[in-house]
Design a binder for this molecule. Structure first.
Ligand code: GTP
Ligand code: CA
Length: 493
């Protein structure tokens, strides 16, 4: 999908760049708080977010917060390709929770959206008919609920990146905020770049003054009267699960698909047998698919050699071709990273593991590199002892930490100076960082292109000042009257 070169977050035209054009309708403005629901149908799992905001303040920033959330049991909706109706059924538990979380009288006025990301983008590449069937199935389930269902669609990588950026900056009130007199203030703070590391794709989005040489990466936004030039790129097949699959494929290829293959990123003491079909069932690996029988089993044996692991992981990137003045990798243009960044989803999970389980701080790129090597050198038994609850994830922290190191330093070119500007965080206050909130703010028209009028707040201020004057005058008169009364009494005596 090609986004228009200049658009606003509230523009109808912007929404119509996809075949599934969604109507722009303002969220309900009944008394009391308003609610909105977004289902984030990711490649690895679906999460439901219920947002809440004061109905009369919907154009303010930072007023929308996460009221509640729900993790859908089971895998992401794209995993239901063999049984699309089950994708719909899987959402019911969380939707039933939403019925309880949103007051009954607000159900009909509560917009409900489902946005699917890289897992469905991949399914759409593999088989568009099946991906349509899955979308239809989830839409059929969502329509059965009393909420105001506004569509289920697949987001483009650009939308995913941009809405993550909008969410982070909205929550941190970097666009605009109200002063204590109710006036609008354009904060002097710069916006925060956003980095999302999902299961099937990874996104980088940041404001830049540099020239954006590839128009596909350029977003011109006007929010609250302020223009922003934003760089964004989404790398499909560079999400955590697809990276692990692609790594397996490289290792199998390197050892000529023998029955037993060494895995330098898995810990010593950890071995696993896999069906070849589980490695090559994705468009991200299908070009490397060998002609061997698909149901062949291979056994991978962990050898925990960090340097060798890094060598194989680096093969996942193409750092050679670039037709622009500067590229991140795979021939994708990227200007120099600037400003502070927030890195969420699997960026956070990975660095959080290094810090809390391995007990190592991550300030500089070298900290991440050294920590990754330490994780790789830790045996399976030691890892299990350190974090028994994370058993399912433990074998992959070496590969994923190594990948995050290479992606941020060699890929995005963060250095000793800029790397410390990355905050690895999954929430701002009580609200999760991800594209879901930004998506809802856009579709409910809650971020105007122009600066909101001063009118309402001025009127409000006048009232406040008048009431204060009234209270002060009354109190002064009362005190004066009491003093006079006492004085006159004492003078009579
Ligand atoms: N280590 C660790 N990994 C996690 C955790 N929760 C999820 N993951 C993995 O982190 C990766 C990213 O998770 P999400 O951000 O939920 O990805 P997603 O939204 O399903 O995928 P996309 O569609 O690509 O955005 C996936 O591989 C998950 O399996 C966690 O608590 N710890
Ligand atoms: Ca995601």
């Amino acid at each position: 999908m090609l986004l228009q070169s200049c658009w606003t977050l509230t523009g109808q035209e912007w929404l119509c760049t996809e075949p599934q054009c969604l109507p722009l309708v303002r969220a309900g403005t009944a008394r009391g708080p308003s609610y909105g629901i977004v289902l984030d149908a990711g490649s690895s799992h679906t999460a439901m977010f219920v947002y809440k905001w004061p109905a009369d303040k919907e154009n303010d920033t930072g007023v929308v917060s996460e009221h509640s959330m729900c993790d859908v049991e089971g895998p992401g909706i794209s995993s239901y390709s063999l049984n699309p109706p089950a994708a719909g059924t899987s959402l019911e538990h969380c939707l039933n929770q939403a019925l309880r979380d949103v007051p009954k009288e607000k159900h009909a006025g509560t917009p409900l959206y489902l946005g699917a990301t890289a897992g469905m983008r991949l399914l759409n590449i593999a088989d568009p008919h099946v991906s349509d069937a899955v979308l239809r199935a989830v839409a059929a389930t969502l329509k059965m609920y009393p909420f105001d269902f506004r569509g289920a669609k697949i987001l483009s990588g650009e939308e995913e990146g941009l809405f993550g950026w909008v969410t982070a900056n909205y929550l941190l009130e970097n666009f605009i905020k109200r002063g204590w007199l109710g006036e609008w203030i354009q904060p002097q703070k710069k916006t925060l770049g956003a980095m999302d590391f999902g299961g099937a794709s990874t996104q980088i989005t940041f404001e830049t003054r540099d020239m954006i040489e590839d128009p596909r990466n350029k977003m011109m936004l006007k929010l609250y009267g302020q223009a922003y030039q934003v760089y964004t790129h989404s790398f499909l097949c560079y999400g955590r699960d697809q990276v692990l699959k692609r790594l397996l494929s490289k290792l199998l290829q390197a050892e000529s698909y023998q029955a037993t293959v060494s895995h330098p990123c898995w810990p010593v003491g950890y071995n696993k047998s896999l069906l070849l079909s589980s490695v090559y069932d994705s468009p991200c690996t299908e070009k490397e698919r060998p002609s061997l029988a698909f149901n062949t089993t291979v056994t991978l044996v962990g050898t925990g050699i960090g340097k060798l692991c890094a060598l194989h992981v680096s093969k996942l990137f193409d750092f050679t071709n670039c037709s622009f003045s500067h590229c991140s990798f795979d021939g994708v243009f990227q200007p120099k990273v600037s400003g502070n960044f927030i890195a969420f989803s699997a960026f956070f999970y990975t660095v959080d593991f290094i810090q809390t389980v391995m007990g190592r701080p991550v300030h500089l790129p070298s900290d991440l590199k050294d920590a990754a090597e330490t994780v790789c050198a830790t045996s399976w038994n030691e890892l299990l002892q350190k974090a028994p609850k994370l058993e399912k994830r433990l074998p992959d922290y070496c590969a994923v930490s190594t990948f995050v190191y290479l992606l941020t330093t060699k890929g995005y070119s963060f250095n000793n100076h800029s790397f410390p500007n990355i905050a690895f965080q999954k929430k701002a206050g009580e609200t999760s960082i991800g594209w879901a909130l930004g998506y809802m703010l856009n579709l409910t028209n809650m971020i105007p292109a122009e600066k909101p009028s001063f009118h309402k707040s001025m009127l409000y201020n006048c009232w406040v000042i008048l009431i204060l004057l009234f209270v002060v005058t009354t109190l002064t008169s009362l005190v004066t009257a009491i003093c006079l009364f006492r004085y006159s009494k004492s003078s009579i005596i």
